[in-house]
Design a protein around this ligand. Structure first.
Ligand code: ZN
Length: 284
């Protein structure tokens, strides 16, 4: 499931491949008359943008905004969307390809996304108004995150999954950031202290930036002789999808919260544990 780091990395990678060039934009799925609903706006976007120069790409939370000379393409991958890069000789796109961006040398084929459409100014304002600050953006305002938390009684772990509270955090980062800050996921969002909020904002930002650099989520510390980049699947996180906590070894609990399985360590993350743990003991 793509979280914000994947989206920002895609924006960078696609900018390297395509920015400053006139692109061929097509929607094989839309052109095939596919009954998939999202194929219709994708076809309209392809027809409007084909042949235009791509200026740059903005990422905001889990949303990608491709800025063409005259028009913006909005892509949201959802749970199952993905881009595949194809190098020359570029094979014909599959019929399930929602959208293809291409030069003579390279193509990016999008399939399965929940949104791929043209975005006019009003729609963009509406979209951005629904999104909380994205810690990966230079213009992110942490105070908007703080204000959104203060308005919510829902558990902190549910608030973190709400893209209007903070944009870009998904199920893995919510679990790992809350653990790294020793925060009880069931603490009502509005009861988070200012100090813990500042630590949480900083941690989410660090974890996401690390994810953009490495292209994957590695929140566990290195083991003796094993650098973080070599950790195997299942070792890369501290609580997410683990049976035992990577910090204390205690059992990790798993419960559905805000539609997704939450993983947390009751020993590290009870309210009393957070009070007992000096800040210096918190793992990165
Ligand atoms: Zn623990």
């Amino acid at each position: 499931v793509p979280e914000g780091h994947t989206i920002h990395k895609l924006a960078r990678d696609h900018a390297k491949l395509f920015a400053g060039q006139a692109l061929r934009v097509s929607s094989p799925q839309g052109a095939s008359g596919s009954p998939v609903r999202a194929a219709v706006p994708a076809l309209a976007a392809a027809e409007a943008l084909d042949g235009q120069v791509l200026r740059h790409i903005d990422a905001h939370g889990k949303h990608l905004l491709y800025r063409f000379e005259d028009g913006t393409l909005h892509v949201h991958l959802g749970l199952f969307g993905r881009f595949r890069t194809r190098r020359a000789p570029i094979p014909p796109a599959r019929e399930t390809c929602r959208l293809r961006l291409a030069t003579d040398e390279v193509a990016a084929d999008l399939a399965g996304a929940v949104a791929s459409r043209l975005l006019d100014g009003d729609a963009e304002d509406e979209l951005l108004a629904r999104l909380g600050p994205d810690p990966l953006r230079d213009d992110a305002d942490p105070e908007a995150f703080w204000a959104a938390l203060r308005r919510r009684r829902i558990p902190l772990a549910a608030a973190l999954m709400d893209q209007s509270v903070v944009a870009g955090v998904g199920n893995v980062f919510r679990a790992e950031a809350l653990h790294a800050c020793r925060l009880d996921p069931y603490l009502p969002a509005r009861e988070l202290s200012r100090e813990d909020f500042e630590a949480l904002w900083a941690t989410i930002g660090e974890q996401l930036r690390d994810g953009v650099r490495s292209g994957r989520i590695v929140t566990a510390p290195a083991r003796p002789g094993v650098p973080r980049s070599r950790l195997r699947r299942g070792e890369r996180t501290v609580v997410y999808r683990r049976r035992s906590c990577g910090t204390c070894g205690g059992p990790v609990r798993r419960e559905a919260l805000a539609g997704r399985d939450l993983h947390w360590c009751p020993a590290c993350q009870s309210t009393t544990a957070s009070q007992a743990q000096p800040a210096a003991m918190k793992p990165r």
